[in-house]
Ligand binder design. Sequence first.
Ligand SMILES: Cc1cc2nc3c(=O)[nH]c(=O)nc-3n(C[C@H](O)[C@H](O)[C@H](O)COP(=O)(O)OP(=O)(O)OC[C@H]3O[C@@H](n4cnc5c(N)ncnc54)[C@H](O)[C@@H]3O)c2cc1C
Length: 367
Amino acid sequence: VPKFLVNKDGSLGARNDAPCVSIEHKLGIKASPTAVLQFGDHGGAVGYLVGQENRGLEYMFIMMNAARYGVGLQGVAIAERAYQKAVQYAKDRVQSRPVDGSINASAAIIHHPDVKRMLMTMRAYTEGCRAMASTAVAAYDAAHHHPDAQVRKDNATFYEFMVPLVKGYSTEMSLEVTSLGVQVHGGMGFIEETGAAQYYRDAKILTIYEGTTAIQANDLVGRKTARDGGQSARAIATQIEKTEGELQASGTPAALAMARRLAAARQAYLDVVDFVCGGAKASPNAVFAGSVPYLMLAGNLVAGWQLGRSLLVAQDLLQKGQDEAFMRAKIATAQFYAEHILVKAPGLRDSIVEGAESVTALALDSF
Ligand SMILES: Cc1cc2nc3c(=O)[nH]c(=O)nc-3n(C[C@H](O)[C@H](O)[C@H](O)COP(=O)(O)OP(=O)(O)OC[C@H]3O[C@@H](n4cnc5c(N)ncnc54)[C@H](O)[C@@H]3O)c2cc1C
């Protein structure tokens, strides 16, 4: 539906009946104008069919799948920016004495354990989601360019499974991270001057456009899990189990902590995959009541798995004497993720498998 109609000789003709009647006022992403277009109020807009009739949705999904991955990355990017800003502020803002008495005067707030907890949460979520997105896109490359047809097929299946996780989990986590970014700034976070609030406002669109989190979760439940009877979902769990074995063999406290939490999260995930596959047809309301929690569990597990892999690489490079501070930070961040974020997986499993009824129990007129 072009803005201007084009004459037969290629010159610009009359305006099409599709004017922009206003610009929306939005919560965030204000530098990206969203227009209200009015179609056909003055005689009818002219549109042209692109491609074949009835294949529009199929064509649209080529763009949509790439866009969903891209929006997931926007989540990682805005979370990283919020983290960097929060670290800067936490090192600068002086408030209260440290509880351990290490400084006998008010100190920068980064000395307080709860501020460290917030910064570690921001960092761990962001690194986990970035690692998940990188693994997904490496599979995309292999799916298109690997010489072996079977490897291409396996990677295509893996990538397809990852898309709702990268979109859904990374964007939901970006909301938590940008909210924590505001919290680290205290009252100044609520004041626009610091810029922390803008990340929070801008992040909110990410869980909405290119399909809301619930739509990603429907995709994960229907097309990505139930359709092949849970085969792709379980294949990922098998790969995770292999990483657990490598972590166990490494035997360091950080690797053992990660192996233990990964195993519990993987078991929780497998229980949910069984629940989804067993109930998708017979009790759809029960399964879809837990669709978003399932997406969060799967995203949490896969991001944690990638941090488990990065922990092993960092340990190895540390032993070889490479970039000590960086490697130690990788290991500490992975252990934090295991002990503070991966641990949420068994709780999500309980909500999904045992808590479906209370989601739908209330009669409509009781709302
Ligand atoms: C700033 C901005 C820019 C945009 N840009 C574009 C663009 O360039 N191109 C474009 O085509 N669109 C664009 N959109 C539209 C955007 O993709 C949709 O708003 C979004 O996909 C949600 O659809 P909806 O608004 O119809 O919400 P609804 O579908 O009405 O959803 C409302 C609520 O119901 C839930 N819900 C709906 N259906 C289901 C279901 N089946 N199962 C479970 N829950 C469900 C949703 O998760 C949500 O919580 C834009 C929107 C905004 C705000």
